[in-house]
Design a protein around this ligand. Structure first.
Ligand SMILES: NC(=O)c1ccc[n+]([C@@H]2O[C@H](COP(=O)([O-])OP(=O)(O)OC[C@H]3O[C@@H](n4cnc5c(N)ncnc54)[C@H](OP(=O)(O)O)[C@@H]3O)[C@@H](O)[C@H]2O)c1
Length: 336
């Protein structure tokens, strides 16, 4: 039985769900892959919790429940290095300016021969090419399902299911929050402010909703997918984007009269001049495949050369689904 030691960096909503699922699936991994998968360490912003034989559920639950962690000089990279783990699962904050602690942890993981699964997007947005190269140099894997629409298969669809095809274009509804807000505006006549407040009440939107609402989340996913699946070298700032805040109730009335439906669509297309990517607010026809993709539901449509067009719709948008996407990546690593 091969032993796999796991460290999770970032132990908030998603990190804790990863730990829960790891515990729940421990026997399943043994049975299916002859793999003894143990969570040996978890790190928060100012402290970590480690046991070389594996943390028990009460141990990590107690650590997660602590309001204040007292390690004033906590060094997450040193914690990761000392853990001697096999796989890093990075679930810390998404820092799209510098890559933040996620970038530091993933680089550290590769240098010491660990595979990395990332749910946060910052490191990938800032330096996908560098991380991919470093992973190859160290003969380890970089897995990114959790950062690229999570429960909606995107990167796996492009890299595994369509292997060998030329993928000419993709378009997608990649952010559940914006789709929910636009759906409430269309179906219930809410203003964008009211729809955002409603999404916040339901826990769909963050207290500061800008990252989703202003198109950053979709732009990050588009940037990562363009670089990882289309071999582009896009920067986040190369992707033009629109905000749901630009939609007024007058726009909604006009689109209703025209029989159109507004959607925030991220797209990537091969052109004669290279890869074109954008995040646009599009008023689509009722015949468009995304017309019935409502609420927090996400979708991706892919155009290929020899397999035709494909449409995938669905996948939950919540911390459990994000954690499950990361553990799909884990299975791909331990089953190799
Ligand atoms: N929530 C979702 O449904 C979802 C879905 C897909 C992707 N994501 C991505 O997943 C990531 C985590 O989301 P979340 O909702 O779990 O966020 P969260 O609840 O805010 O948790 C973030 C965690 O990161 C920790 N952290 C901050 N700085 C750190 C550092 N330097 N080293 C180690 N840990 C650090 C925080 O520590 P403290 O506990 O000390 O504050 C906290 O435990 C984000 O990047 C998000 O974009 C989330």
């Amino acid at each position: 039985m091969k032993r796999w030691n796991i460290v999770i960096t970032g132990f908030g909503s998603v990190g804790k769900q990863v730990a829960r699922l790891l515990d729940k699936r421990h026997a399943y991994y043994k049975e299916k892959y002859k793999a003894d998968v143990r969570l040996v360490g978890v790190a928060r912003s100012a402290g970590g919790c480690f046991h070389p034989d594996g943390l028990s559920v009460p141990q990590w639950e107690d650590f997660a429940a602590q309001r204040q962690i007292t390690e004033s000089s906590f060094d997450g990279a040193a914690f990761l290095s000392d853990s001697n783990a096999d796989i890093l699962i990075e679930a810390g904050p998404t820092d799209i300016q510098t890559g933040g602690s996620g970038l530091v942890y993933i680089r550290q993981a590769f240098v010491q021969g660990m595979h990395a699964i990332t749910i946060s997007k910052g490191a990938l947005v800032v330096d996908y090419a560098g991380l991919s190269k470093l992973a190859k140099q160290n003969n380890v894997m970089l897995k990114i399902s959790g950062a690229t629409a999570a429960a909606l298969p995107t990167i796996d669809l492009l890299q595994y299911n369509l292997a060998g095809c030329e993928v000419r274009a993709i378009e997608g509804i990649f952010t559940g929050t914006t789709n929910y807000v636009l759906t409430r505006m269309m179906e219930d006549g809410l203003s964008h402010e009211e729809a955002i407040r409603d999404a916040q009440k339901l826990g769909i939107a963050e207290p500061d909703p800008s990252y989703d609402i202003d198109g950053w989340d979709t732009a990050c996913k588009v940037t990562i997918l363009a670089n990882a699946a289309f071999g582009a070298s896009l920067q986040l700032q190369d992707v033009p984007k629109t905000s749901v805040r630009d939609v007024s109730t007058d726009h909604i009335s006009f689109w209703k009269q025209q029989g159109k439906i507004p959607k925030l669509i991220g797209s990537i297309r091969k052109t004669d001049n290279g890869i074109a990517a954008s995040v646009e607010l599009q008023a689509i026809d009722t015949a468009h495949p995304f017309a019935h993709v409502t609420g927090t539901t996400k979708a991706i449509r892919v155009e290929t050369d020899v397999m035709g067009d494909l449409l995938v719709v669905g996948g939950k948008s919540d911390p459990v689904a994000a954690a499950a996407a990361a553990l799909k990546d884990l299975e791909h690593i331990i089953s190799r």
